[in-house]
Design a protein around this ligand. Structure first.
Ligand code: HEM
Length: 251
């Protein structure tokens, strides 16, 4: 009897544990995406800046040969992110509507309540579904072409290899999903509750909105910069060419 009771208690803790892992992987991925977008947007500071960042990503500092590093480090980083991404998605699938009927009931309740936090759940469901496919394509390409990150190589991928439509959709999905996810975590774990949690929630919502706008605008501007360079690459007949920083020691 006692062991049966213990077994039941242990089992009932599983959903809480799974929830915790979903939150923890989401937190890491959300913060990673902020760093990632800042790194990608280095192109707005110029080709040299982006090449420098790409070199650092490869660990060029360890090698001491200009912007050349060890591309395997990029593969390993992408594999790590991909693993978290898969774990996070697998844990999220638990909460997806099981069939069309459940989905319809949820939609009806959503329109009746028109409650922000319920609407957020639906946005997470839709954007998560989009990211599942588009994010996997991007991560696989980066994982298998770790040496092709740079002002010219990235711009070629965006334009000549037709990644821009994928990035355009993925950008919106990621930015909405990421900021809503982090907002929900902050509310759930009461990070900034203070004396008046209601007032905090309102401020958090405003901050969330500002962050979404900031990262979408930054992403669109960066994508525009890659498209511009990618088109120049075609016009200059330089598709596949590699960029070398003026001050870099490697040729
Ligand atoms: C270690 C993992 C990752 C690396 C090394 C990486 C690297 C890059 C690079 C170099 C670009 C510039 C374009 C290109 O070269 O193709 C880019 C763009 C982009 N990445 Fe990632 N990425 C990673 C993970 C992710 C993840 C997990 C997501 C979302 C699921 C993501 C979403 C995007 C988006 C939306 C863009 C377009 C950005 C824009 O609009 O300016 N990336 N990534």
């Amino acid at each position: 009897m006692e062991s049966l009771l213990l077994d039941t208690v242990r089992k009932s803790r599983i959903p809480a544990k799974l929830d915790f892992y979903q939150s923890a992987t989401g937190l890491i991925l959300g913060l990673f995406m902020w760093v990632h977008m800042l790194m990608v947007s280095s192109i707005l500071l110029g080709k040299d800046a982006m090449k420098f960042v790409a070199g650092m990503l490869e660990g060029s500092i360890l090698r001491g040969e200009g912007d050349h590093g060890y591309p395997i480090l990029v593969t390993l980083a992408a594999m790590g992110i991909f693993t978290l991404f898969i774990i996070h998605a697998a844990l999220a699938v638990r909460k997806f509507p099981a069939n069309w009927k459940q989905h319809k009931v949820f939609r009806q309740q959503m329109s009746m309540m028109n409650h922000d936090d319920t609407n957020y759940w639906y946005t997470q469901f839709i954007t998560g579904f989009i990211m599942f496919f588009l994010g996997s394509v991007h991560l696989f390409i980066i994982m298998t072409h770790p040496d092709k990150i740079g002002p010219y190589a990235s711009a070629d991928r965006v334009v000549s290899e037709w990644m821009w439509p994928l990035y355009l959709v993925l950008l919106f999905a990621v930015e909405f999903h990421g900021t809503i996810g982090l907002y929900r975590l902050a509310v759930k774990w009461g990070w900034f509750d203070g004396a008046d949690p209601r007032a905090t929630r309102k401020k958090l919502k405003a901050f969330k909105k500002a962050l979404t706008i900031f990262f979408v605008v930054l992403g669109l501007a960066s994508l525009g910069a890659y498209v511009k360079i990618g088109v120049e690459q075609i016009n200059n007949d330089n598709v596949g060419g590699r960029y070398t920083r003026v001050s870099s020691t490697n040729q």
